[in-house]
Design a protein around this ligand. Structure first.
Ligand code: KIV
Ligand code: ZN
Length: 514
């Protein structure tokens, strides 16, 4: 059996289904470019039938990505498959990914179909997709809770109809590692012709077992893993790419499996996903968390100094995290700045570089040291984000233990300036009240959190907000040495995301049925 594992990244599709993680087409394109650089074998760019915005993003990505397979998701229907193909037909290596649920729970309560009807629908979908492309993946949604013999029948039929990859999802994160190994082994033994296609696995993390189940599936013979960066995704998320890749690399002695992933790109890809989606990586997250390589205990530090192998099973350099990072300051010139950006994985145009350099100088005037994290935030705020409907132009806040907190805000709303002032019970409340009045928003603030990006008294504050309006939920993120300004930026970013979602209505959760 081959020792190569195909890495299928679904950050742009299943990852985007994380509550509030909606990305627009330009943001998705940035991520797609980085995923190509990371060396994923296939990227699932989206679900084109879900919304015009999804279609547009997938089409954009398919037109630009040349070295990676670009996949589009479709339910098992001709209409969905036509939408998917319409979006990816210009891709250098297109793949249609069609799916239908196979568990009795889904058949009875959601699809209201018999097993034979499900097989017929799956076969029709795969056969039709094969008339469009030679690269077709079929997924049995809720596979891990399906009758194993029925699963074998569905896969056999899908392979006969032309599927080149069959995927077994643990859609609700219910499986246990041993059980998953047994299920994969059973399928490999009892599905005729399974050895002619790639057997894939797709795990969710509801019980915190997505990585364990994915590795268990590989051990049993699966050779494609469906993963997302930072493990983002529906509910508790999907299997995280970096955990599986580093697991395979670190324990190659045990598993003997390899991937095509360009590992030094892991860290910057993780940061980019966090910046673009607004989803903060928990500090103790395996591989990419801020503390993943931080040794706090004295005994550990002593051991590390004597020999890193004492307490370090992975080297930070392997994932692109330099031990001795070049720290920039106000005397750093354009050349050093450009070099730092390249080191962090950003190849910017001269125009983008000039725009960013001015912002960098502004920040360097306020702070002694500018760390990598600060630069990443600058890139995210100035370059990665699309032209926003609302932009912050000016903010002045008066507050204190005797003053009534007052905010004066100047916004650019679709290019035209407007100025207003308002009160609140605190400076942030005053700022948010004023902004929401100016843009006429009814959004409810569900969450507000502040993090220091880097240590020290002059650290930048990174604010995350979660907003809800008419059933839509959006995250917003902003950073600044001044936390009131960071809060205003985050709030405006959240409002822009809500605006984007309103303009690109997607299928309801029920219709998506994922
Ligand atoms: O979790 C799931 O079942 C899915 C399928 C569409 C592959 O995301
Ligand atoms: Zn999924």
């Amino acid at each position: 059996m081959k020792d190569q594992v195909i890495v299928f990244d679904t950050t742009l599709r299943d990852g985007e289904q994380s509550p509030g993680a909606t990305m627009n087409a330009a943001e998705k394109m940035r991520l797609a470019t980085q995923l190509e650089k990371l060396g994923v074998d296939a990227m699932e760019a989206g679900f084109p039938a879900a919304s015009p915005g999804d279609f547009e993003a997938v089409e954009l990505i398919a037109g630009k990505i040349r070295n990676t397979q670009v996949t589009a998701l479709a339910r098992a229907s001709k209409e969905d498959i036509d939408r998917a193909w319409g979006a990816i037909k210009e891709a250098a290596h297109p793949r249609i990914h069609t799916f239908i649920a196979t568990s009795d729970i889904h058949l009875e309560h959601k699809l209201k179909m018999t097993r034979d009807q499900v097989i017929n629908k799956a076969v029709d979908a795969v056969r039709y997709a094969r008339t469009l492309t030679g690269n077709v993946e079929f997924s049995a949604e809720d596979g891990s809770r399906s009758d194993p013999d029925f699963l074998c029948r569905v896969f056999e039929a899908a392979i006969e109809a032309g599927a080149t990859t069959v995927n077994l999802p643990d859609t609700v994160g219910y499986a246990m590692p041993d059980e998953f190994t047994q299920l994969i082994s059973y399928i490999r033994q009892h599905t005729p012709n399974i050895h002619r296609v790639v057997l894939s696995i797709h795990c969710h993390n509801d019980l915190g077992l997505a990585t364990a189940n994915t590795l268990a599936g590989l051990k049993a013979g699966a050779r494609q893993v469906e993963v997302t960066i930072n493990g983002i995704g529906e509910r508790a998320g999907n299997t995280s790419l970096e955990e599986v890749v580093m697991g395979l690399y670190t324990r190659n002695d045990l598993l003997g499996l390899n991937t095509n992933i360009n590992m030094p790109e892991i860290h910057s890809t993780s940061r980019l996903v966090s910046m673009v989606t607004g989803i903060v990586v928990q500090p103790n997250k395996a591989v990419v968390g801020a503390n993943a390589f931080a040794h706090e205990a004295g005994i550990h530090q002593d051991g590390i100094l004597k020999n890193p192998m004492t307490y370090e099973i992975m080297k930070p350099e392997t994932i692109g995290l330099a031990r001795n990072r070049l720290v920039l300051g106000k005397h750093s010139g354009r050349h050093a700045f450009k070099q730092k950006l390249q080191e962090l994985g950003y190849d910017l145009s001269n125009g983008e570089l000039n725009k960013l350099f001015d912002k960098f100088k502004g920040l360097a005037d306020k702070r002694k040291e500018i760390l990598d994290e600060d630069i990443e935030v600058l890139v995210a705020e100035e370059i990665l984000r699309v032209p926003d409907v609302y932009q912050l132009d000016y903010l002045n806040v008066v507050s204190g233990n005797v003053a009534v907190p007052t905010a004066t805000v100047k916004l650019k709303i679709q290019g035209s300036e407007t100025l207003s002032a308002g009160f609140g019970i605190g400076p942030i409340d005053a700022t948010f009240n004023t902004i929401s009045k100016m843009v006429g928003s009814q959004a409810k603030l569900l969450r507000f959190s502040v993090n220091a990006i880097s240590g020290g008294m002059d650290a930048q504050g990174e604010v995350t907000v979660r907003l809800k309006e008419n059933g839509l939920v959006a995250l917003g993120k902003g950073a600044d040495p001044d936390i009131i300004t960071a809060s205003a930026k985050a709030y405006i970013n959240g409002l822009n995301r809500l605006e984007y979602m309103k303009r690109n209505p997607s299928l309801s959760a029920e219709e998506r049925t994922l």
